[in-house]
Design a protein around this ligand. Structure first.
Ligand code: FES
Ligand SMILES: [Fe+2]
Length: 405
């Protein structure tokens, strides 16, 4: 159970908030690259509570500007892209990708052009997506995770609609292995039927391990038949495991889920395909634009079941009312990791997973040829390459989760 202040500290994403400042140290996916075309050269983006317009000018450069024009506030979404940038549709103020004002029709106002700078953020394109950085300069690099930088065809899956809930409850789910045996017991690809719907398949999973790894937390579900299954939580909000699921904080009460991976080119296969394969999921609720309880969540697939759980925890989960149990211990550890890194930012230090070396080697989150630190293998016979870390198998004192199951 948290205090309201602790909950706000972990969840709020606006500029000047503790988590908002932490999140402003990372690059975030903001749009599917293919959606920005010559026919549609502007896209609206909301990220970390900021309203922005992504555009591609006629020289091919991409920019990300604050939505409201610095003149009198019309949206730049309706601006005309030109060779040198984007011109506001209302009176034609012309902005370049850095937010410089190049023209102020109907008159030329040098004082404004020299003194006013429109909010502009760095953008780059990688793995079929545009990425944005809203923090202090110089910007770090997008960490070269294996699932982003392999040679091959990028694959992007976009969840529609955007989730009507805070980002943090989505990522708590990443270190919550017990729910899989209960919530997902009747997902449509389950082959077995549980003997008991209350316990689902939980008795097939006698134990779990969590340990800190250089980029976050690894979790492992140990099955009664001797197999196990592992997934990394990659700081600050990625679920890894072959590809990666990003939970992008749109604002305090909305989260954009986008999966991305680059399928490795096959030996002797075709040349790298630049164009990503993009899939949009069906709406997961009916009607799709309403919130609980004025909509009905679909409960067929694992994803839909997760979305039901996340959205119905309330727009921002109220952690002043929760009662954590021992199996929630990794959630406590994850909150601590988040607080540790919020404090690092407050001290002026770089938080976890901020990488500044452009030549940083590829970060192996799968580790095809390595065993993890305890020597375990996944149920798919594919070990992860994690060699360091601290096992988190001890009860967490003072957190209300001190008894075992
Ligand atoms: S409101 Fe944009 S130019 Fe006037
Ligand atoms: Fe799940």
């Amino acid at each position: 159970m948290l205090t309201q202040e602790q909950n706000d500290r972990l969840t709020r994403v606006g500029r000047g908030t503790p988590a908002g400042e932490l999140l402003r140290r990372y690059w975030h996916p903001v749009a599917v690259a293919q959606e920005l075309t010559d026919q549609q050269p502007t896209l609206f983006v909301r990220l970390l509570g900021e309203d922005l317009v992504l555009f591609k000018d006629k020289s091919g450069r991409a920019g990300l500007l604050a939505d409201h024009c610095s003149h009198r506030g019309a949206s730049l979404l309706y601006g005309r892209v030109e060779e040198r940038g984007i011109a506001c549709a209302y009176h034609g103020w012309l902005y370049d990708c850095e937010g410089n004002i190049l023209e102020t029709p109907p008159e030329r106002n040098d004082a404004i052009m020299n003194s006013v700078k429109h909010t502009a953020y760095p953008v780059q394109k990688l793995a079929g997506l545009y990425w944005a950085y809203l923090g202090p300069l110089p910007a770090p690099c997008i960490p070269p995770y294996d699932f982003l930088v392999r040679e091959g065809t990028p694959r992007v899956t976009v969840t529609r609609p955007v989730l009507d809930c805070n980002w943090f409850q989505c990522i708590e789910n990443t270190v919550d292995p017990t729910h899989a045996a209960i919530l997902h017991q009747d997902a449509e690809n389950r082959r077995a039927v549980p003997v008991n719907t209350t316990r689902g398949f939980i008795d097939d999973e006698p134990s779990f391990d969590f340990w800190r790894v250089p980029f976050g937390i690894m979790k492992r579900r140990n099955f009664a038949n001797g197999e196990s299954d592992e997934h990394p939580f990659i700081f600050p909000y990625i679920l890894g495991g072959g590809g990666a699921l990003y939970r992008v904080p749109v604002d305090d009460t909305h989260t954009w889920c986008v999966s991305v991976s680059v399928r490795p080119r096959e030996e002797g296969g075709e040349d790298e395909v630049e164009e990503a394969v993009v899939t949009y999921t069906e709406p997961f609720k009916d009607p799709p634009d309403r919130m609980h309880p004025f909509t009905r969540m679909k409960m067929n697939t694992i994803r839909q079941q997760d979305f039901m759980a996340w959205e119905t925890q309330r727009p921002i989960a109220d952690r002043t009312l929760e009662h954590l149990s021992f199996s929630d211990r990794a959630i406590v550890a994850m909150r601590r990791l988040m607080v540790e890194n919020i404090e690092k930012v407050e001290r002026g230090e770089d938080p976890l997973c901020v990488i500044r070396d452009p030549d940083h080697p590829v970060i192996d989150t799968i580790g095809a040829n390595n065993l993890n630190q305890t020597g375990g293998k996944t149920g798919r016979g594919r070990p992860y390459g994690i060699t360091t870390g601290t096992l988190m198998d001890q009860p967490l004192k003072g957190t209300g989760v001190e008894s075992g199951r």
